[in-house]
Every structure is written in C-alpha cells, then in structure tokens.
Design a protein. Structure first.
Length: 319
C-alpha cells in the first residue's frame, strides 16, 4: 500500500511540474527573467565572465544544461523564474548558461566533471570555485537561502583546491575529453580501460591531482588500490574537489564493492567497508548503513537478513 501511495505521489508531482512548465512557457510573458551574461558565445565566454565578475565584485553562477534534459527546462521554467531567485541572482551574480554539447559546454563539463544535468557551478568574485549543485532544484525559497549562504563565502575561508579554476584544460588526455561527447556508450568499457591503465602507471600520490581525479570520478573507478586510496584520503578529496563530488564517488565505490562482495559471499568484507564509510560520513552513517546492508543482503539473496535490517531501522526510528 505504501509503495502504491509513493508511486501515486511521485506521478502527481511529475504531472504538476509538467503542467507548471507548460503554463509558464505559454501564458506568462511578464515572468521574472535572469539577466544572463552574453559574452562571445564561445569557450572564451568563461574567461570573460570571470574577468567581469572580478571587475564588478559579483559572484558567478554557471548553469550547465543539455538540450534533451527535461529537468533543465523544468528548473528554468519554475525555480529560475521565481521572483526571489531572479532578484538575488540579478543583484549579486553574473549568470551564464552553457549547453553541455556545445564547445563551451563540453570544456566546462570536462573541467568540472559534469555528468548529469542541470548542474550549477558557483564562484567567488575573485574566481575561486565554491561548490557544485547537481539536479533539479524545485524549492525556490530554499534555493534563495542557499544563494544567500553562498554570498557569505570568502575565498580566504575556503580550503586550498586541487585545481586552478581559471585553466579549463590542464592537459586532459584525449580519451577523457571524448567521453563527454554524445553517444559514447559503445566506447565506455574501452575508455574506462584506458583510464585504469593511465592511473596504474602513476604513483598513488598522483591520484590526488586534478587529471587523475577527473579520470577516477568520470569513469567511476572505485575498486582495487584506487578505491582503497580514495577511502584513505577522503578528507583530502573533499578539500580539493568539494564534498559533492567526493560523496558521489563514495556512493559509486560502495555500489561497486558491495555488489562484488555479495557475488563472492564476503559478508565480513562488506560490513567492514560499510563501517569505514560510516566513519567518513558520520552525519549520514545511519542512511549509509541501512542502504548498503540491505543492498548486500538483497544481492546475496538473504531475505531474512533484509527484513532484520529493516525491522531494526524501524525500531530505532520509533525510539
């Protein structure tokens, strides 16, 4: 019954968003509008907006979208037309939109490891990378609060990043850049193998650098010595590349290794890995524990253990 209600609720939400997007696109010509930065419409636009932001002491928001992405259209027709959102952006930010499949969008996607849309990138007036936000943001009021917090950021208070945001291509290998082209699914295994070979030819300490990290993150390499190194240096990855990317890769790593341990029947190894992840993300430890213990037991076919985990979670929630 709860499953049916959940599906029904999700369906109603999607229908509501569809109706909202359609209505705003067709009947609201006077809606609030973001003053997008124009520039030269090439890769150079990125450098132009950085220079303009420093001269005007404005923060920067870059919205990376895809022409086929429905949720990009949804956010642009709803949240990004909310009066409060438009007001705070126009007053304090220079805003740029980039289609991921244009020259400009491809360069930005490769630099900032963008693989899903919409993705928002934020920078201080002096060009320091602040944070990446991925996915449809539907709550305009909460987004205004988030933008207000971003405006409080000063580059001197941020950790030393592991890359220079002013250099779009620090020497990325051609196979990495090609992975951002559309229709590369057939080459995915080949490109991943190239990434692994490249990484294994480096010293482990180099895996913290921008180009190796871009390969690890883009091709979701989370097993073996590279995965172990990532776990051992999780805090450094957060400082260098942000919590969003680091946590996302942690989840990918867990998915891969838990599936492997389930196939091998290695329960002890699975539980040890889950405990390690809980220690890295203390605030999300309960969520991680439930999610990946259930995943392990489901993939192992141990349904009684699945029910035990769910019962324990419900009992703890009740307490």
């Amino acid at each position: 019954m709860k499953t049916i209600l959940s599906i029904t609720t999700s369906f109603i939400l999607i229908i509501g968003i569809l109706a909202s997007v359609s209505a705003q696109e067709e009947t609201d010509p006077n809606r609030a509008t973001i003053n997008y930065f124009k520039g030269s419409s090439t890769v150079q636009t990125y450098h132009e907006i950085r220079e303009a932001a420093e001269a005007q002491n404005s923060f920067v928001m870059i919205n990376i979208i895809s022409e086929w992405c429905y949720w990009c259209r949804a956010m642009e027709a709803t949240t990004l037309q909310d009066e409060g959102v438009v007001s705070i952006l126009n007053d304090n930010f220079l805003v740029m939109r980039a289609d991921a499949h244009t020259e400009k969008g491809l360069a930005l996607s490769a630099k900032f490891r963008v693989s899903s849309f919409p993705t928002l990138l934020f920078f201080t007036p002096d060009g320091y990378f602040i944070v990446k936000r991925t996915g449809y943001i539907h709550n305009a009021e909460a987004f205004v609060e988030d933008l207000s917090e971003i405006l409080k950021v000063e580059s001197k208070d941020l950790p030393q990043r592991g890359f220079d945001p002013g250099v779009l291509n620090p020497g990325f290998p051609a196979f990495y850049l090609s992975s951002f082209q559309p229709d590369i699914a057939e080459k995915e295994l080949e490109l991943t193998a190239q990434a692994v070979d490249t990484l294994m030819g480096l010293n482990p300490e180099q895996w913290l650098e921008e180009i190796p990290w871009s390969l690890i993150y883009r091709f979701e390499i989370g097993m073996g010595p590279i995965g172990s190194f990532f776990l051992d240096n999780y805090g450094l990855y957060i400082d260098r590349y942000g919590s969003s990317e680091s946590y996302s890769h942690l989840i990918n790593l867990l998915n891969q290794n838990i599936a492997f341990f389930a196939h091998k029947g290695a329960e002890r190894d699975a539980l040890k890995l889950i405990e390690t992840a809980k220690g890295l993300e203390a605030e999300k430890s309960d969520e991680l524990s439930l999610r990946f213990k259930v995943a392990f037991y489901m993939q192992s076919g141990n349904w009684s253990a699945v029910l035990d985990e769910l019962d324990d979670h419900l009992n703890q929630s009740a307490d």
